[in-house]
Design a protein around this ligand. Structure first.
Ligand code: ATP
Ligand code: MG
Length: 568
């Protein structure tokens, strides 16, 4: 492509709401333009990056025998009612009616549609397994679309669905897909981790997320310093604590604690490690049918992990509770505790199961109980509701957990039979009996990946594309287009590189050298060949975008040397 003809509307100004490098640079370098909140156009450079990613994904899918389809973006509301997800997705579903008053939803994901395609068409175990996928626009009316392509309302997802006759066969496919996804991210040139993920309340038996490591990531990942254990903080678990602080000595007693309302103050007051204090958190759990107040009790050294807590209750969400609401349920902020309370449900963290010598609120102003253990409590419900802390022990070895930030670019999920049961999608097994399909679902955020590459690879001057994602691998820049020798040499090199099948841009614009260099850095071509004054002495230069290092190379061997340096 000749830069003089290319449609690349670069600008100095970033969009006013852009905070992330990917949003700023993709906009400024003319890859995307914003249409409205969460809606973006892909311009030629952006489209080329998308296509590069899609090609790598398609190749990986072909290698594991997944077949590409393309389902309608518009999906009938009835399917969403059948699965019951119409309520779960809530306002994220964009609904509308056609002229005949049929109701539809813009597909936010396609489990229902894919089950509908397969049910009654695949009838026998002999037709299984089957893996179908598509790369397709999705729409989710996200509450807070932000960060450019990272969280759009309209976005592109690769979504795959597999159908099996047994859970064992799903396990096999899941591992195969995990390996294929790993290969995709390696080919894209990204540093990533595959982590244990929250499987939500929809009845899946396991899920993993693909996290591109970047400081700007919205997800926190817990990593072990010894073994391969890695998990989203929403799902992370820990091993037994190695060093237990010294326990306070006290017999069960009600103790006056005037104005001592926080864990910190309580720890100070009793000179006791927060490990022996009970943190009581009140939340309102929301369900379709209504809501209820729930108390969560944990060690004072822990915090409530809301995703875990939501799952334990099978709730839609957890809301904060005002002091007025607490009072109505007989609770006193600052002095809440699980004893003598029958106005609400209480969930204890599993770490409190055999805890002894604990201190908790007495549900009475200015009082706490000391010397408490919860074994005597009838109907006490224990569950894993605590968030792991940095420094906690790994659940798999005696390593230590630390945190890092990640961008979720993919999610693979063992669905089991939840959808096939709800949608009555069945096949005949070897004994001629009907059984629901065992399913897996595999998502990869194609447009989010475009942003993720830049979040991981940029500097203050702009984008740094990895070779496999770059819109063009090489930018051949003519320093002075009035110089005929430079012009001829660059044109010939451009042609020769194209003949070699290399994606190359020729910057043949009548602009200043400095301007063109800045532009090349902003766009982020992995390599720029500079054809300039030194050509008279038989030399040109090759600049690597990532390091900004320039290498002088002999013009005579330009083609060979450039291919050696740039093509891997
Ligand atoms: P998130 O927690 O980020 O909202 P999700 O759990 O809702 O993601 P999935 O339903 O698992 O996402 O969708 C599969 C993939 O689609 C995600 O891993 C992500 O890469 C991508 N994706 C999801 N929502 C968006 C969005 N609003 N914009 C861009 N990509 C998205
Ligand atoms: Mg989401």
């Amino acid at each position: 492509m000749r830069r003089s003809k290319a449609f690349i509307p670069t600008t100095k100004e970033a969009p006013s709401d852009a905070v992330l490098p990917s949003h700023i640079f993709l906009s400024r370098a003319g890859f995307i333009t914003q249409v409205s909140s969460g809606l973006y156009n892909f311009l030629p450079l952006g489209k080329r990056v998308l296509r590069n990613i899609e090609t790598i994904v398609n190749e990986a899918m072909a290698s594991i025998g997944a077949q590409e389809v393309e389902l309608s973006f518009v999906t009938p509301v009835e399917l969403w009612q059948e699965s019951g997800r119409i309520d779960k997705f809530g306002k994220e579903l964009l609904r509308f009616e056609d002229r005949k008053e049929n109701r539809f939803v813009l597909g936010p994901t396609h489990e229902e549609m894919m089950v509908n395609v397969v049910r009654n068409r695949v009838n026998s175990y002999k037709q299984l397994p089957l893996h179908l996928y598509q790369i397709k626009t999705k729409f989710r009316d996200e509450a807070r679309p932000r960060f450019g392509l990272m969280r759009g309302r309209e976005f592109i997802m690769k979504d795959g669905y597999s159908f099996h006759a047994s859970a064992e066969d799903l396990d096999r496919e899941f591992t195969t897909v995990e390996r294929a996804y790993k290969h995709i991210l390696e080919r894209l040139g990204l540093e990533f981790r595959i982590v244990e993920a929250d499987s939500g309340a929809i009845g899946g038996s396991g899920s993993k997320e693909l996290m591109v490591l970047a400081d700007s990531g919205e997800d926190t990942i817990a990593l072990c310093d010894r073994c391969q254990y890695a998990a989203n903080i929403e799902a992370a678990v820990r091993g037994a604590k190695q060093e237990i602080p010294e326990a306070p000595e006290a017999v069960f007693n009600r103790f006056k604690t005037p104005n001592v309302t926080t864990i910190e103050a309580l720890s100070h007051f009793f000179k006791v490690d927060p490990f022996y204090l009970v943190k009581t958190v009140a939340k309102r759990a929301v369900y379709h049918e209504g809501s209820k107040l729930v108390l969560f009790c944990l060690r004072g050294s822990d915090t409530l992990q809301e995703v875990k807590a939501t799952n334990v209750l099978n709730a839609l969400e957890l809301l904060d509770v005002s002091e007025d609401e607490l009072r109505e349920s007989g609770l006193v902020a600052g002095f809440m505790g699980p004893l003598n309370l029958n106005t609400c449900k209480i969930i204890f963290d599993k770490d409190l199961k055999d805890a002894d010598a604990m201190i908790c609120g007495a549900n009475e102003i200015d009082y706490h109980y000391v010397g408490v253990n919860f074994n005597a409590l009838k109907n006490a419900e224990f569950a894993d509701i605590a968030e792991v802390n940095e420094g906690d022990t790994c659940p798999c070895c005696d390593g230590t957990l630390s945190f890092t930030k990640g961008i979720e670019v993919g999610h693979i999920f063992k669905l089991g039979t939840s959808y096939s049961k709800a949608l009555k999608a069945e096949f005949l097994n070897e004994n001629g009996q009907s059984e629901p399909f065992v399913m897996g679902t595999y998502g990869l955020g194609i447009s989010r990946l475009v942003a993720a590459v830049i979040e991981q690879h940029h500097d203050e001057n702009g984008c740094i594309w990895t070779p496999s994602t770059a819109p063009y691998l090489i930018n051949v820049m003519i320093s002075n287009i009035k110089d005929e020798a430079q012009m001829t040499f660059a044109e010939n090199l451009y042609e020769a590189l194209r003949q070699e099948g290399i994606e190359v841009m020729l910057d043949d614009r009548k602009e200043r050298f400095g301007f063109k260099m800045k532009d090349a850095e902003l766009i982020g071509f992995p390599y720029t060949v500079i054809v300039g004054k030194e050509l008279i002495n038989g030399n040109i230069q090759l600049m690597e975008r990532a390091t900004l290092r320039k290498e002088t190379i002999a013009a005579e061997h330009a083609l060979k040397t450039i291919i050696e340096r740039t093509v891997t």
